[in-house]
Design a protein around this ligand. Structure first.
Ligand SMILES: N[C@@H](CCC(=O)N[C@@H](CS)C(=O)NCC(=O)O)C(=O)O
Length: 207
């Protein structure tokens, strides 16, 4: 059976868990990461030298990087609805996946560490304010995209990009910050509430 190494509270692990629900894929969760087993142990570093979760084991095959893991699982399942093969349709899904992992994630990190994780190393007021502004600005880009599609991030149909972006939108929504008014994001979160994977894994890990 597929083994997932990672804590169920991590947003990157939850991407994989939600993807498994979409694929109706059985898995065994082996809890690693802060609060669980320490990923600095040699046993874990031998699997992922970054010391980060998630990692999967599929037989002898070991893989890390959450978005890559999700692509792999969807590819193995042959779910072209979630990740199309037609180059333009696929690129649109991957564009939003890569945006989530890079531009969007970089925008919220400082403010999240300060305000949610209460990290003493992230208490500079100007950096927090800049972080909140950047987070809202990136979420406003998402809002414009969702207003244009009227449904999901890459178009009218749910795709793998919505797993990643849905979790990110939920993180923004419940963060203790001043929120920009983003009606398309709000409607999107209500729409995602129809999906069992989102109901199961959408909100874990937030205080
Ligand atoms: N780029 C990596 C980032 C993974 C990552 O940052 N994981 C965090 C949890 S969200 C982690 O392992 N933190 C260390 C720990 O929990 O011990 C991915 O997407 O898989």
């Amino acid at each position: 059976m597929l083994k997932i190494l990672g804590k169920p509270t991590s947003i990157n692990v939850r991407k994989v868990l939600w993807t498994c629900v979409e694929l109706d894929l059985a898995y065994e969760l082996d809890p690693w990461g802060s609060g669980f087993r320490d990923t600095a142990q040699p046993e874990f570093l031998a699997l992922n030298p970054n010391g980060l979760v998630p990692v999967i084991r599929d037989g002898d095959f070991v893989l890390w990087e959450s978005n890559t893991i999700c692509r792999y699982l969807v590819g193995q399942a042959g779910r072209l609805d979630l990740l199309p093969v037609e180059p333009q349709a696929r690129a649109r899904v991957e564009q939003w996946m890569d945006w989530q992992a890079t531009e969007l994630n970089n925008s919220w990190r400082y403010a999240f560490m300060a305000l949610v994780r209460q990290s003493p190393a992230h208490q500079d007021a100007a950096s927090i304010a800049a972080g909140v502004a950047g987070w809202n600005r990136h979420m406003a880009m998402l809002d414009a995209q969702l207003a244009a599609t009227g449904a999901f991030v890459a178009g009218g149909q749910f795709t793998l990009a919505d797993v990643l972006i849905g979790l990110s939108a939920q993180r923004w929504k419940v963060a203790p910050i001043e929120h920009a008014e983003l009606p398309a994001v709000e409607a999107y979160l209500r729409r995602l509430g129809d999906r069992p994977g989102f109901r199961l894994h959408g909100a874990n890990g937030m205080p």
